[in-house]
Write a protein of this length. Structure first.
Lengths: 300, 195
């Protein structure tokens, strides 16, 4: 895949109508669903897709929380062009039988890519619908063969003080995140490499990131370089910065307010009026069982 | 400078926002952009208003003090716009939510206080009120210091992690107040300008 720079004009990126047409085109060609890397392409929507209109690519690439490139939502669109996404490696290490370091192009070839249209809910009460391309995180982890001791997955994002000279203050770098291993192995948890059928824009965490759609956006680490499986719960950036505001779990939950604002409603990018926020961001049927018996008010 | 030029200059940020709103250029989250821009301009005009006296005192120019009341009214205007956007567009007039915000969420309480303190100042900004209140007018209008400080604390308490912007306002406020303390201990250089 060609390297991709987010400072290209939006017109240089696949316009949304072409992206939609491509789906129609493939459907018209009578391509069997099974033969497609992206199940969503065949019938319009796959089993993991939400039936909602994806947010425009312009909005998705010009309204980003990506503190390495500045504190304001418009900063990444201006500054993330400095990020070099080739060469890039992602290492899987820690409590695994087969640790491995993938080159990014090797990673893209090693796992079949599929498209998933996911809801995205930021902890700041705005949301989006994002057509990601990627593959299940479980596939990557299984290949590394987690040991019996592995209980958590820890993610480390890329940090380079030179390329990220506009980084916001108040949180530590590199950005670190983590999941319980059963969360990481859930079929909804994704290793993401693309958006709108194109390589992931720098503004959205190129060349490879994690997406966990039932959790607040900050749990989905961008630009990852390392996945380490561990026996103990790993530290996470926002929890380290403000433990009383951001917990390890951070599941989307309209019932549990952020200490400073309500999480009951959200404003979808591109819409004027707010909509109610759904428990687990609407993925409760798939993931609620992961948290059986847990007090989600305590484990926020 | 003519009064209408001042009016045009001070209205420019608001007109720019209105134009962008009409043409769909407020970005992916227009409500949030409107909210933040109006809030920033309220703070900017508060700072400019507070800078009027030192500026006149230090340079001898008459215009900063002559235009101060208008600058202060624009601070109140942008603060009111900010509050209105919050009530109508951000909270969609959901009264339960708003009352919870205004009683339980410290940064919103502080912002509301900053706005509330501006109300008596805006109301008493007419020539008639200045005359009627006499010496008490100046005393009353010292509330602007409290309003500016509350506005800055409101900003400081709402940011997620990066405090650079609110701390810049705080530094500016401290400098302007520090100058006042310093100047109060020295005789007037340009004797006729007071308030």
């Amino acid at each position: 895949m060609a390297s991709y720079r987010s400072d290209e004009p939006a017109s240089a990126i696949t316009p949304e109508h072409l992206w939609a047409n491509r789906r129609e085109f493939l459907k018209a060609m009578g391509v069997a669903a099974a033969a497609l890397a992206a199940p969503a392409l065949a019938g319009g929507r796959g089993p993991f897709d939400v039936d909602e209109k994806p947010t425009s690519l312009q909005d998705l690439t010009h309204y980003n929380n990506f503190y390495e490139f500045g504190p304001d939502k418009g900063d990444p669109a201006e500054n993330a062009g400095a990020l070099k996404t080739r060469p890039w490696t992602l290492s899987i290490e820690g409590e695994v039988a087969k640790p491995k370091t993938y080159g990014i192009d090797e990673l893209l070839k090693a796992f079949p890519q599929e498209e998933r249209i996911y809801r995205f809910r930021c902890v700041e009460a705005w949301s989006a619908v994002m057509p990601w391309t990627g593959f299940p995180l479980a596939a990557l982890l299984k290949k590394a063969e987690p040991t019996a001791k592995a209980k958590y997955a820890a993610f480390t994002s890329f940090y380079d003080a030179k390329a990220m000279s506009h980084a916001a203050s108040g949180i530590g770098y590199p950005y670190v995140e983590g999941l319980r291993l059963d969360e990481a192995m859930h079929p909804l948890a994704l290793v993401v490499t693309g958006l709108y059928g194109k390589p992931l824009p720098n503004t959205n965490g190129a060349p490879v990131r994690i997406v966990v759609p039932w959790k607040y956006g900050f749990k989905s680490a961008k630009c990852i370089v390392k996945i380490r499986l561990a026996a103990d719960q790993p530290p996470t950036t926002w929890n380290l910065a403000k433990p009383e505001e951001y917990g390890f779990y951070s599941n989307v939950n309209p019932e549990v307010d952020h200490p400073r604002w309500s999480q009951a409603k959200e404003r979808r990018l591109g819409e004027l009026f707010r909509r109610p926020t759904l428990p687990f961001n609407g993925y409760g049927a798939q993931v609620a069982s992961l948290y059986k018996g847990m007090d989600l008010k305590k484990n926020y | 400078m003519k009064t209408f030029l001042w009016l045009a200059l001070c209205s420019a940020p608001g007109l720019d926002l209105a134009y962008k709103a009409k043409t769909g250029h407020l970005g992916a989250n227009p409500v949030s952009t409107l909210l933040h821009e109006c809030g920033s301009w309220a703070l900017n005009f508060l700072m400019i208003t507070l800078a009027a006296r030192p500026l006149t005192r230090l340079t001898g120019w008459a215009w900063p003090m002559r235009r101060r009341r208008m600058l202060g009214l624009f601070a109140a205007f942008y603060a009111t716009a900010h509050f209105t956007v919050y009530l109508v567009l951000d909270r969609e007039l959901a009264l339960g939510e708003i009352s919870k915000d205004l009683t339980k969420r410290p940064y919103i309480v502080m912002g509301f206080l900053a706005w509330l303190l501006m109300v008596p100042l805006a109301v008493t900004s007419t020539d008639g009120m200045v005359r009627r209140l006499g010496r008490r007018w100046g005393k009353l209008h010292r509330l602007v210091y409290a309003s500016a400080l509350a506005g800055i604390i409101h900003f400081l308490w709402l940011v997620k992690s990066d405090r650079t912007e609110p701390l810049t306002y705080l530094a500016g406020f401290a400098a302007l107040m520090g100058w006042r303390l310093w100047a109060a201990r020295r005789p007037l250089v340009y004797g006729s300008v007071t308030n």
